[in-house]
Design a protein. Structure first.
Length: 150
């Protein structure tokens, strides 16, 4: 697993996981039972999530993203910028707004100001891959809506 640009000394670096074109085209069933290369990549993804909370997926081929317009999906850097801008907009909200996101489940609410990791803020969103869950979360944070976020 390589790390972000080595010229960015002093900045947080995000792990980069390279996916060759042979792996990118696998469907879910092939991937789940696929060869050692797939298993190795999935292990690296898990490690990156556990250690860093995220990673950059670098592919030799474009992966279609049907939720984005063709102009915004034309480059990975554009998509990455959109993700960081949306994250910044979320974490720049007032604390009172972010604290509205609560859950009875552990690690699913807004969390900040932890003595062990004082500069950390996080959100846990149940069913984060569900369009309805993302819309509900978006309208909780931005009652007027924020289409740029979802």
């Amino acid at each position: 697993m390589e790390m972000g640009n080595s010229e960015d000394h002093g900045k947080a670096q995000i792990p980069i996981i390279n996916f060759p074109k042979e792996i990118v085209g696998l469907d879910h069933e092939q991937g789940s039972t696929g060869g050692e290369e797939w298993k190795g990549k999935s292990g690296k993804m898990r490690e990156a999530f556990e250690k860093y909370g995220c990673f950059i997926l670098k592919c030799e081929e474009n992966i279609p993203n049907y939720n984005m317009t063709s102009s915004s999906s034309s480059s990975c850097s554009s998509s990455r910028e959109q993700i960081f801008m949306a994250s910044k907009a979320l974490f720049d909200l007032p604390d009172e707004t972010k604290q509205k996101h609560t859950s009875s489940k552990p690690y699913r609410s807004y969390a900040a100001n932890c003595p062990a990791i004082p500069l950390s803020e996080s959100f846990g969103i149940d069913n984060g891959s569900s369009s309805d869950a993302v819309h509900s979360f978006t309208y909780l944070m931005w009652p007027q809506g924020n289409k740029a976020f979802w």
